[in-house]
Design a protein around this ligand. Structure first.
Ligand SMILES: [Fe+2]
Length: 133
């Protein structure tokens, strides 16, 4: 399912919003590469790219949280870690031949991401809004 970015997803922190938009675009790209039958190698590359960018984005968020003593830092970091694990698991299931589950995977990734943005990320906005440079 193609996920359209909505302005209601924005946190009002330019750097973070741009990264979140890119994550949505990468999940959509995964969806497209699967639907267009681009082949397993391409899907795997897109999967890997999504994971790499997630890692990068999470490190950016976590650094700001940590540097400013954000009290939810540990919890938030754990949630990021679980998400990365989830992507890894889905990727290896796909590579083992479980191709049909990919659409479910994409739905899961999208709904996790949007919920995470709307709930956990939104919580740090009042505290960290000015801290992302
Ligand atoms: Fe986050």
């Amino acid at each position: 399912m193609y996920l359209e970015w909505k302005s209601s997803y924005e946190l009002g922190i330019d750097k973070v919003d741009k990264q979140h938009m890119r994550l949505v675009a990468l999940i959509n790209r995964l969806d497209e590469s699967h639907r267009d039958d681009k082949g397993r190698d391409t899907v795997e590359t897109v999967f890997q790219g999504l994971m790499d960018y997630c890692n990068y984005h999470f490190v950016v968020e976590e650094m700001v949280m940590k540097n400013h003593g954000y009290r939810e830092y540990d919890n938030h970091k754990i949630k990021h870690g679980l998400f990365i694990e989830k992507i890894k698991t889905y990727k290896s299931e796909y590579l083992k031949g479980d191709i049909t589950s990919l659409l479910k995977t994409i739905d899961y990734l999208n709904s996790w991401l949007i919920e995470h943005i709307m709930v956990e990320d939104r919580q740090y906005v009042p505290v960290l809004k000015e801290k992302f440079h």
